[in-house]
Design a protein. Structure first.
Length: 372
């Protein structure tokens, strides 16, 4: 009897200690059920075969998934899955360029012809800043038939492309507008930016990203694949509709995107990258201010130097970038100071336009203050 009373007293004391300790912990800031519901909706409506999300703030971190890694399987998608990040690559490239600015190797308002003479028609009037914020007017080679990784290209998807081939396609078309006189998203800008990084560092642009960002931040699941068509495991498969049949589009040689969109990463790595970048640890305060100085685009976002700015319906502003390669869609966003980050990746089965409401809802739930 006595031992039972002692045990009961110990249990009560332990409960009190645990309750006190738990009360000192900050509450979980994430609306998990709403976020999970958004992921489930993408899969249940057959808008996507799989979707994963990771959200982080300080010591709090939560990941979720919906769907399966393969349409022919019942294995759930891993929340640690790797995926093609597409144009989120542009933020990595812009960060390296801004690091070079910090080092005095170039200035944002330098004409590109100063550093890459003869590489860009009219390069004497196009600045580095205009390349990075898409106000150069240079034509987007990816608008040409069979020159976009967002469209099915059959066996051509395994072909290796050289950067100069991409530029030749772009330069065969007239510019959209004179430099600085408009805005038009153009992958060609970041092919030129990749060449600029190579010229100033004396090494492949992917090596520069690895040495300056990936390795120091320990983004161990992030790669610049070059000509390798595979996505490392674990990953969800990407699909596309070809003549009414869903075809596995996971493997492709991403050299057609090169510095405009070839990289592979995970939600965890992207969250860390944007946290550190927007937290001011990768570039100087002046460079970060320039990066976040956005221009009007006529789209749902404003554009800075390799950064998209979204103003959510609740009035909250987030910075980051979206990316698309056939079979993969990625959005990586963070609060302006990098304090909260959210990375979303899914494998669309139909047009991304049909999923925009759900995606906006996920970011609103992730970043907007809760209604009380």
């Amino acid at each position: 009897m006595r031992s039972n009373r002692v045990l009961r007293r110990l249990a009560v004391a332990a409960t009190a200690v645990l309750t006190s300790a738990c009360s000192l912990l900050p509450p979980d800031p994430f609306p998990r059920s709403a976020l999970q519901a958004g992921l489930d909706r993408l899969v249940e409506t057959q808008a996507a075969s799989a979707a994963t999300l990771r959200i982080r703030e300080g010591e709090h971190e939560w990941a979720a998934g919906a769907g399966t890694a393969d349409l022919a399987s019942t294995v759930p998608v891993s929340t640690s899955a790797r995926f093609r990040i597409g144009s989120v690559t542009k933020t990595f490239v812009a960060t390296v360029v801004l690091q070079l600015v910090d080092e005095g190797r170039l200035a944002l308002d330098d004409p590109i012809a100063v550093h890459l003479p003869g590489a860009v028609p009219g390069g004497e009037a196009i600045t580095v800043r205009q390349l990075l914020n898409h106000t150069s007017g240079i034509y987007d080679y990816a608008h040409e038939e069979d020159w976009s990784t967002n469209r099915w290209r059959g066996e051509a998807r395994f072909r290796t492309y050289r950067p100069q081939e991409l530029l030749d396609v772009a330069y065969a078309r007239p510019p959209y507008f004179p430099p600085g006189q408009g805005w038009h998203y153009s992958n060609t800008n970041y092919v030129v930016a990749g060449l600029l990084v190579e010229k100033l560092t004396g090494k492949p642009y992917g090596d520069a990203i690895t040495e300056r960002i990936i390795r120091p931040l320990r983004l161990n699941q992030t790669t610049v694949p070059g000509t390798d068509p595979a996505v490392p495991e674990p990953h969800a498969h990407g699909y596309t509709d070809v003549a009414g049949t869903l075809v596995d589009a996971t493997e492709m040689n991403p050299s057609l995107d090169w510095a405009a969109g070839e990289m592979i990463s995970t939600a965890s790595d992207l969250d860390r990258f944007f946290s550190v970048l927007l937290g001011g640890e990768l570039i100087s305060p002046a460079a970060l201010t320039a990066m976040r100085d956005t221009v009007e685009t006529g789209q749902l976002f404003r554009y800075g130097l390799g950064l998209q700015q979204y103003d959510l319906p609740c009035g909250t502003t987030v910075f980051g970038h979206g990316g698309e390669l056939l079979g993969f869609l990625t959005y990586a966003m963070a609060s302006p100071d990098g304090g909260r980050q959210l990375a979303l990746s899914y494998n669309p089965l139909r047009s991304p336009e049909g999923t925009s409401g759900t995606v906006i809802g996920l970011f609103a739930n992730g970043f907007c203050p809760p209604v009380r």
